[in-house]
Design a protein around this ligand. Structure first.
Ligand code: TA6
Length: 264
């Protein structure tokens, strides 16, 4: 579905409640989308903001990588004009026979998009079951950049991180610049993050999350990634607002947890 208002326009697929374009009026798309991405049922779109749920990565080894939400069909609940420059879209996934086969819990997963000169995404998990369940999750945002060598990521200085490539913990010294394959999961990350790309600045404010993943596959891994061209690593960086690893969430019956990010 495509939504336009006085401040911005977006494209959202019902599969995965997957936003894959966000353009503020008169500006380029803030999100990166592979131009060889699959738009096939059951295959995640490569780019935009995939929703990793109820598992980030292989945090739950009994589920597919990044869980099943991103390849599930969501129901469109409503689109609401808040004002001429703000639109809200609510999409919902409830448990069904195929989700229960993978993950035997009753749940409701609501994705609320608030589209304006900022983009807010709220991912609300409600436990409709009679027993607790634990989730890890991420809004796996692919940001469009001029060139990976031009960017700086600020706001994660002095944070502990798990280097998924070396499988070891380190302390982030200084701002992040990327010149090789990069796959770090930062913990206690609750300050605003700023992606600087030459004169362009993208600000990320998260709620309900204290872990952030920063990922770029660089040359070799890009060759092994689906729906990515060899040079694609140069034009995106993923900064993912998450509840990953130790930042998992245990949700009791009738309770909810909301992970949200505001992008401006
Ligand atoms: O968030 C980083 C990551 O876990 C990387 O390790 C890489 O696997 C990436 O996600 C993409 O995963 P995908 O399943 O979308 O190809």
């Amino acid at each position: 579905m495509e939504i336009k208002n006085n401040n911005a326009s977006v494209k959202i697929a019902l599969q995965g409640a997957h936003i894959y374009e966000y353009k503020r009026k008169g500006e380029e798309d803030l999100l990166w989308l592979s131009d060889i991405s699959d738009f096939e049922e059951g295959k995640a779109i490569r780019g935009g903001i995939p929703i990793c749920w109820p598992s980030f990565g292989m945090n739950n080894a009994s589920l597919p990588q990044h869980g099943f939400a991103r390849t599930s069909m969501f129901e469109h609940i409503y689109t609401k004009e808040i004002d001429v420059g703000t639109t809200q879209v609510l999409l919902r996934l409830a448990d069904n026979a195929s989700t229960r086969k993978l993950w035997n819990h009753k749940f409701e997963l609501d994705v609320m998009f608030t589209i304006s000169s900022t983009l807010k995404i709220e991912l609300k998990t409600t436990n409709l079951d009679t027993k607790d369940f634990t989730i890890t999750q991420a809004l796996h945002s692919y940001f469009s950049i001029s060139d990976i060598r031009n960017i700086k990521i600020k706001g994660l200085e002095n944070k502990l991180y798990f280097d998924a490539l070396q499988e070891k913990n380190f302390l982030q010294k200084g701002i992040i610049e990327i010149n090789e394959e990069f796959d770090n999961v930062y913990q206690e990350a609750n300050e605003e993050i700023v992606l600087e790309d030459n004169s362009k600045k993208v600000h990320l404010k998260s709620l309900g999350s204290s872990s952030v993943v920063v990922w770029n596959p660089w040359v070799e891994k890009t060759k092994r990634m689906s729906a990515m061209k060899e040079d694609d690593y140069k034009n995106f960086v993923c900064i993912e607002t998450a509840n990953a690893f130790e930042d998992f969430k245990l949700i009791k019956p009738k309770e909810s947890h909301t992970l949200s990010v505001e992008i401006r």
